[in-house]
Design a protein around this ligand. Structure first.
Ligand code: SUG
Length: 416
């Protein structure tokens, strides 16, 4: 089997809620305290996966983490019942749905030992995300258990690493050797720069990447300050194409010049600030899109509905399509529940280029499996979560049971 790009989407967990935990993520701050709809959120995510299957793509999935994270609370000397509300919200977060932050992936054509390397992200900048990694590691070790893969524990936490959200891979086609671009932050105005250069360099070394085909590019301070807490909020790459906002990078010219030299047929598609402001790009998540190569060869951009509703953004896309630019088709998906916490279509997926037959099939999706999962979600996921109820025993019991039912449906009981 040839190598394929597989998009692994995080299933939205039953504890999905709006607690405003992510400083610098404007949607999370804007919706703090709102009532969330975990069932609708998870069904939206499943429909997104279904739409990608319909496009002829290989679709994978990751399951929600155990919540509340009692191990983490215990390490902090408390329990969900006794913890203050902020700590409790941190322990109940469903943030593992944003699978782009699960790991950084270097496919086999890029690595010295010709294995596909995955390093789990430490996500150390945000408390609610910093305790995701052990459950992510357990899941990746199961999904990618064979010798074709090397799954690494996170880089040590002094250096912040947010996984694939700050990593782009450009190549002639997915199965060919790629150029890997690590985007790090140095400063972000009032907001933290979550991806540190030292972490990116450590990953490149551990994955055995060729230094001549590995680039480190600084994210612009302006972008972070405007709410682009991850680079994938202002840029996305697929095969030969880099699609980015004019203000995404600190030194765009040097990055583009290097990619022109290294990537055969490289195309840079820039959205000028004069046509779409950073604010509009971040609010609409134009760049937090899935840029995909479908089997019919039409480069397709999967955008959130918010992009269609933002006139400057939709206008730019229509002009691009009419002008025969590298993006040939735009698909719109409704992931509003995730978007309200700053997670668009690209946040919800981790890209792995591999032979699908080497992946544990329990982590691969087809229509029938998505139907079965939708039934579990409809039956067991809470309809709503009020922020004030995060410590309520009845809700906690429902969250725990819902996840166990999902694991049963996927025969993944060993993750219980
Ligand atoms: O880390 N939101 C996530 C969104 C992650 C988006 N991922 C990518 N861009 N790849 C974050 O900020 C919301 C937290 C809350 O308030 O519950 C949150 O964690």
């Amino acid at each position: 089997m040839p190598l394929r790009e597989i998009n692994f989407d995080g299933i939205v967990g039953p504890s999905h809620n709006y607690a405003g935990l992510s400083l610098g993520n404007l949607a999370s701050a804007r919706n703090a305290g709102e009532v969330s709809r975990p069932r609708a959120a998870a069904l939206q995510g499943l429909e997104k996966m279904r739409a990608n299957l319909t496009l002829g793509l290989v679709q994978g999935l990751f399951v929600p983490h155990p919540r509340p994270n009692r191990t983490w609370l215990e390490a902090l000397g408390t329990t969900l019942e006794d913890a203050d509300p902020v700590l409790a919200a941190n322990a109940m977060s469903a943030s593992a749905m944003w699978a782009a932050n699960a790991a950084t992936v270097s496919p086999s054509p890029d690595t010295a030992d010709r294995r596909c390397h995955l390093t789990v992200a430490n996500l150390k900048t945000m408390p609610h995300r910093s305790h995701e990694w052990p459950a992510t590691l357990a899941q990746l070790q199961l999904a990618f258990a064979v010798a074709e893969f090397a799954v690494h524990a996170p880089v040590p936490p002094a250096f912040g690493d947010e996984g694939a959200a700050n990593h782009m891979r450009l190549c002639a086609s997915h199965g060919e050797p790629g150029v890997e671009v690590f985007v790090y932050g140095v400063s972000g105005g009032a907001y933290p720069a979550r991806q540190h250069l030292e972490a990116s360099k450590a990953i490149a070394r551990r994955h055995g990447l060729n230094p001549e085909r590995t680039l480190f590019a600084e994210q612009s301070e302006q972008a972070i300050a405007a709410g682009a807490f991850h680079n994938d909020v202002v840029a996305v790459a697929n095969e030969r194409v880099l699609f980015a906002h004019e203000l995404a990078f600190a030194d765009k010219n040097s990055l583009v010049a290097k990619l022109q030299k290294l990537v055969p047929g490289f195309e840079y598609v820039e959205v000028p600030a004069a046509e779409v402001s950073l604010e509009e790009a971040i609010r609409s998540y134009l760049f937090n899109a899935q840029l995909l190569t479908t089997p019919d060869g039409e480069p397709t951009l999967v955008v959130p509905a918010e992009a269609q509703e933002t006139p400057a953004v939709w206008g730019w896309l229509q002009r691009h399509l009419a002008g025969n630019g590298p993006i040939r088709r735009v698909e719109v998906v409704d992931v509003r529940q995730s978007m309200a916490n700053g997670g668009g279509p690209a946040c919800l997926r981790l890209r792995v280029v591999a032979d699908p037959s080497s992946v544990d099939p329990r982590f691969l999706a087809d229509e029938a499996k998505l139907d079965a999962l939708a039934k579990v979600v409809t039956r067991y996921w809470p309809d709503e979560i009020h922020h004030a109820d995060l410590q309520q025993p009845a809700l906690v019991a429902q969250v725990v049971e819902a996840r166990l039912r999902l694991l049963d449906a996927l025969s993944l009981q060993e993750l219980a």
